[in-house]
Design a protein around this ligand. Structure first.
Ligand code: 6R9
Length: 690
């Protein structure tokens, strides 16, 4: 690189990564063009890491045109046991399936360990006494806290336990736990050994859990006696036992070890079912292991973890994230999207069972030596003031939550929020689904008292970490808008034919070029990875979401363009729900669509045709909902079941979901063109059958 360009790069990176003193004056873009613009509150802007859109644009440009310099510098902030091969480009990839295998590589040849960077690095630098996790139990009054040293010791003990069970680099370990501290500890223990963790959300049923254990051929399962969410007790160990029976029956897979954390406040030991020889009590056993455990140095492209997510078809995909790229991207987005600074108390309300909990409960914050709150319960228990009580108790400064929870609280009114001080808050974040301008305003004005910017962050399990989001302080916000792509993320909007659109437009959201955090493959099925993400639009990563780009270049996510539902921020595949419904002996066909739901964002609406011997009844509806609960989980049970004589199909036999969506939304006068239907009278029958 020529010396001038290098100096320029150094200066901008200095600005981005360097000390607070090096800060330019804020310059706000003109606001005339904006429809509904909210300026960054002045007090926030004075202290934010980034302070202008032009500064962002300069850095963005650097990340795109000089990834070696930009990402190399960011990655150098971590410990590498061996540096990547700096004589080669920092990133190598192919997104065009016609040109050969699709692949992505970052920091190739480098060796590091994510757990080491999240824990040891800080402890060795003398920060072991700093608080890492502040845990708040489901029931008020139950809490715990751990410093970075404490967490490191606990992680080493779990890692040593796993080693004693002959779990090695590259093996898979399944984690099925509620939000207790041992969940992120278990993840980090796996990362330390180079073991691929597969966390399964504790709301999934035993059948879903079994499917995931079988798919990844997990050697060991880590769980806890029970989970608590509000008034509900989830019998996790029972669910595990059943899942492991299914594994034995369906896949002849014997999980040899099941480590069970005894959370006696949820369920006393005597009530926990037990399989001698397989099951082991966590506390009794793990505490006997050494608090030192050597780190397994991992190549940057080795897998770090897998996480299952639902697509439009087929069974859930186990997406694999890599050690080097994920670490760098999770850590860097955490710092800049949340404007994380020393003294912040960060709280991401997501469960570790989802990607948000991986990236912004566990890895991103710890890589930045943040102090994080972890909450086991739900926002409305014992009442709708719980979140704000926690904010005050721990002096939370950054809150990151999902619109579905915000809507639930908004429905309870402002008074309960105002009962609490919330003065510690300085930034509010949203993730998982579109946040409407109305909900955004409530979050901003009532919860944050117009003092805290709201960042609407768009990303996916596949992207690893934030992709489109305001960088707080750098440009004004628009309620309900994710605004601009993160450094180096090249968003592209396509029309129906796949032509790239420029300027203000609406279309399919795709990404050009590789960013460090992109998932590298689908576990055991690389062609599925290629087909799902790279073959729809040649040479691009296809997100499955639609978007609008306004005159300011801001991106508004309009929602999924495929058959994936987003219920309370949970990704659910229509195909999976349909599969569960038709497994009922009386259900001959099922078609599932989403409809607007005030609290959940989307609700599930199922059209069901019955065999001739069955009679529609409420009892049958209950059976159908139960079958979905059993096979997937309670969160996927349809709200509405609509008995259908038959389903609207094209002549080629494809179900026309467009029409079903209209019926579910009760927009009967706006059904649209039905001429391509094999039998247009089906539509009338459906409407009559309401
Ligand atoms: C992080 C996460 C991904 C899907 C994604 C999109 C929706 C996420 C959003 C959003 C509008 C936002 N989504 N964030 N839609 N605005 N800020 O949620 O990952 O569970 O894989 O879901 O969620 O539809 O494609 P994941």
């Amino acid at each position: 690189m020529d010396p001038l360009a290098e100096r320029r790069l150094r200066s901008v990176l200095e600005h981005l990564l360097g000390p607070e003193s090096n800060r330019s004056v804020r310059s706000s873009p003109t606001s005339e063009a904006y429809e509904d613009v909210v300026q960054v509150p002045g007090d926030f802007a004075k202290k934010s890491l980034l302070s202008s859109r032009s500064q962002y644009e300069q850095l963005y440009e650097e990340a795109v045109t000089n990834p070696d310099g930009f990402w190399g510098r960011v990655a150098a902030g971590y410990f590498w046991q061996k540096l990547w091969d700096t004589s080669k480009p920092v990133c190598n990839y192919n997104f065009d399936a016609d040109k050969g295998r699709v692949f992505v590589e970052w920091f190739k040849g480098g060796f590091t360990n994510v757990c080491y960077n999240a824990l040891d690095r800080h402890v060795l630098a003398g920060y072991g006494h700093e608080l890492c996790f502040l845990w708040e139990g489901n029931d008020p009054g139950q809490s715990a806290q751990l410093t970075y040293s404490d967490v490191l010791k606990k992680v080493c003990q779990v890692a040593n336990f796993l080693r004693s069970k002959n779990v090695k680099k590259g093996d898979r370990v399944c984690i099925y736990m509620s939000m207790i501290l041992e969940l992120p500890i278990a993840m980090l223990a796996c990362a330390r050994l180079g073991v691929i963790h597969s966390v399964v959300f504790a709301g999934f049923s035993s059948e879903s859990l079994a499917g995931r254990i079988l798919d990844c051929q997990a050697k060991v399962l880590l769980t806890c006696a029970a989970g608590r969410r509000g008034n509900k007790l989830l019998p996790l160990k029972d669910i595990v036992d059943h899942a492991l029976e299914i594994c034995l029956r369906d896949g002849n897979l014997r999980v040899e070890t099941c480590l069970v954390y005894e959370n006696s406040f949820a369920l006393p030991r005597q009530k926990v079912s037990w399989v001698e020889g397989r099951d082991i009590w966590w506390q009794e056993t793990v505490s006997r292991f050494s608090v030192d455990c050597p780190v397994e140095w991992m190549e940057a492209e080795d897998p770090l973890f897998m996480l299952y997510t639902s697509g439009s078809t087929g069974k859930p995909k186990g997406l694999i994230h890599s050690v080097g790229g994920y670490m760098v991207y999770a850590g860097f987005t955490f710092k800049h999207v949340f404007d994380h600074q020393r003294g912040d108390i960060f709280w991401c309300t997501a469960d570790c069972g989802w990607i948000t909990g991986h990236t912004y409960v566990t890895y991103g914050p710890l890589l930045n030596r943040a102090t994080c709150v972890i909450f086991e319960g739900v926002p409305t228990f014992p009442d709708a003031g719980r979140w704000w009580e926690i904010v005050d108790k721990y002096q939370v400064s950054i809150l990151y939550a999902a619109p579905t929870a915000i809507r639930t609280l908004a429905a309870q009114g402002d008074e309960i929020v105002r009962k609490y001080s919330r003065k510690s808050l300085r930034l509010l974040g949203s993730v998982g689904e579109p946040i409407s301008p109305k909900t955004w305003r409530w979050y901003y004005e009532v919860c944050g008292e117009s003092r805290c910017p709201v960042i609407d962050t768009w990303w996916q399990t596949e992207t690893g970490a934030c992709m489109i989001s305001p960088l707080p302080g750098a440009w004004p916000m628009k309620p309900g808008c994710a605004t601009l792509p993160f450094f180096g993320v090249q968003t592209v909007v396509l029309d129906q034919e796949g032509k790239e659109l420029h300027g203000p437009c609406e279309g399919y959201l795709c990404i050009k070029g590789a960013w460090p955090g992109i998932a590298r493959t689908v576990y055991g099925d690389h062609s599925r990875y290629e087909n799902t993400y790279f073959k729809i639009w040649k040479g691009l990563y296809s997100t499955g979401d639609g978007c609008r780009r306004d005159a300011d270049g801001f991106i508004w996510i309009t929602g999924r363009v495929d058959d994936v539902l987003n219920v309370s921020g949970h990704r659910i595949s229509t195909g999976e729900v349909e599969g569960a419904l038709v497994s009922h002996p009386h259900c001959t066909e099922a078609a599932v669509v989403g409809y607007d739901h005030d609290v959940k964002g989307q609700g599930i609406y199922a059209f069901v045709t019955l065999s001739h011997e069955a009679t529609p009844s409420d009892a049958l509806k209950k059976q159908l909902r139960d079958i979905v609960r059993k096979q997937i989980g309670a969160f996927a049970a349809p709200e509405v079941i609509h008995w259908a004589v038959s389903l609207p199909r094209t002549r080629s036999g494809k179900i026309m979901r467009r029409i079903l969506r209209k019926i579910a939304a009760r927009q009967y006068t706006d059904i649209g063109d039905t001429s391509s239907l094999a039998d247009p009278s089906v539509v009338e029958d459906l409407i009559k059958g309401m």
